[in-house]
Design a protein around this ligand. Structure first.
Ligand code: NZQ
Ligand code: ZN
Length: 395
């Protein structure tokens, strides 16, 4: 990579009981009245929300609560947050939850700092010029939103899921206590780790003409191996602190650009998946596992050497000098077997419980191509026709 951009402006406060510092940290970043945003109730049940509120009170901060964010967060909740934020004159948003809650908080932050309908920014009609400050108490290692420039929102009408990446998206700080992830159901742990793996793979598969730095590739390969090893262990040892800590930090590093500037990454699987989770409400990571193998087999000939590198450096597979393509394909199969071993679907049938019909395939590809106005992917540029093929082949 001849040139790249790297910025990681979020303060990370990592470790046991770090949520007790949340009030002081909000104050440090200028908060006076905080919107505490959360999801469907896991943080109420675990007592985390009470601890967060106690810390805010102790720091002398006012706050209002807004829960009810659903996985694949909805625009309607964002509108509710913007309205509440204006009415209550809030000046800081604290997301307590996973990627969906953090993304919803980011969208509310945009809505409070920019004129007009916030969806116009997600649908690329307008460009954001700022956000009110926000921060996160992370409860799920997955999306990496706690240190990423991205947020992804689904418009209720038409279930259109759209991502937006800006320099104003970054959290001021993120509290990361691995103990907070002990209560995750196994499926969410596995889905989260799949997302972490995919954030790394998307950056690994750059355009064939793009040269990558060895150090960046080595970080990516280590991150993949570490996430896989620890995810497998966490599934039978959900309350092992060290394992949860490894996964949590991998989640953040997988998406803060240390494994590669996101703008050089492929991202086709993410684009294909966003339409699936927008339309069927499935867990994002599981949707990624369902399409990755099909995508990989569809595109690997663009740069067989890159897939060979993955096979050898991540899965320890031997190089078949007489048939490098066989090594590349063995690496793809190894990645798929890993997903299956942690209970992830490796096709769309296993993801949604049935096969897609033709009409759905056309609708997914149409939405994914932004109504046939764009291609996706950099490793191989995919047209709407390719998108249909991949959805069809992934069944
Ligand atoms: O809503 P609650 O009750 O909190 O339950 C959540 C939710 O049902 C539950 N959960 C979270 N922490 C828990 C817990 N349950 C028990 N114990 C805990 N400690 O997990 C479920 C899923 O939560 P969600 O936030 O939806 O998961 P995730 O963190 O995987 O976020 C997924 C969203 O992030 C987007 C995805 O598209 C999806 O909408 N992404 C955001 C990115 C970004 N902003 O940079 C990048 C990603 O590629 C991704 O696209
Ligand atoms: Zn993702």
């Amino acid at each position: 990579m001849d040139s790249f951009n790297f910025q990681a402006p979020t303060q990370i406060v990592f470790g046991k009981n770090t949520e007790a510092q949340v009030g002081a940290l909000c104050k440090k970043y200028g908060a006076k009245k905080v919107l505490v945003h959360f999801g469907g109730g896991s943080v109420v049940k675990s007592g985390l929300l009470d601890r967060v509120c106690a810390s805010l009170k102790e720091a002398g901060l006012e706050y209002v609560l807004l829960g009810g964010v659903v996985p694949n967060p909805l625009l309607s909740k964002v509108y509710e947050g913007i309205e509440l934020g204006k009415k209550e004159k809030i000046d800081f948003i604290l997301a307590v939850g996973g990627g969906s809650v953090i993304d919803s908080a980011k969208a509310i932050g945009y809505g409070l700092a920019n004129e007009g309908d916030v969806w116009d920014y997600y649908s690329r009609k307008k460009t954001v010029t700022g956000s009110i400050p926000k921060a996160a108490v992370l409860t799920l290692a997955a999306a990496g939103s706690e240190m990423s420039s991205a947020s992804v929102i689904t418009k209720d009408e038409g279930m259109l899921k759209r991502g937006l990446s800006t320099e104003y998206a970054y959290c001021k700080f993120a509290i990361m206590n691995p103990e907070l992830t002990y209560t995750l159901p196994a499926y969410q742990t596995a889905s989260g780790c799949t997302d972490i793996i995919l954030h790394t793979l998307e950056r690994y598969f750059v355009a064939p003409s793009t040269k990558t730095l060895d150090i960046t590739d080595m970080i990516a390969e280590s991150l993949l191996k570490n996430t896989m090893r620890n995810c497998t262990y966490a599934l039978s040892n959900p309350c092992d602190y060290d394992t949860r800590a490894e996964i949590m930090w991998c989640g953040t590093l997988s998406h803060n650009d240390i494994t590669g500037d996101r703008s050089f990454g492929d991202w086709a699987c993410h684009q294909l998946e966003h339409e699936l989770s927008g339309m069927f409400g499935v867990a994002h990571g599981a949707g990624l596992a369902a399409v990755w193998g099909t995508w990989a087999r569809y595109v690997y000939k663009e740069n067989i050497a890159r897939f060979v590198k993955l096979a050898m450096n991540v899965f320890g597979l031997p190089y078949n000098s007489a048939d490098p393509e066989a090594t590349a394909l063995a690496g793809i199969a190894a990645m798929e077997s890993y997903f299956a071993s942690i209970g992830m679907p490796t096709n769309i049938h296993d993801l949604i419980g049935r096969e897609l019909n033709d009409e759905e395939i056309r609708e997914l590809a149409y939405k994914c191509s932004f109504m046939n106005t764009r291609t996706i992917g950099q490793f191989k540029k995919l047209t709407i026709h390719d998108m249909e093929n991949i959805y069809r082949l992934a069944k």
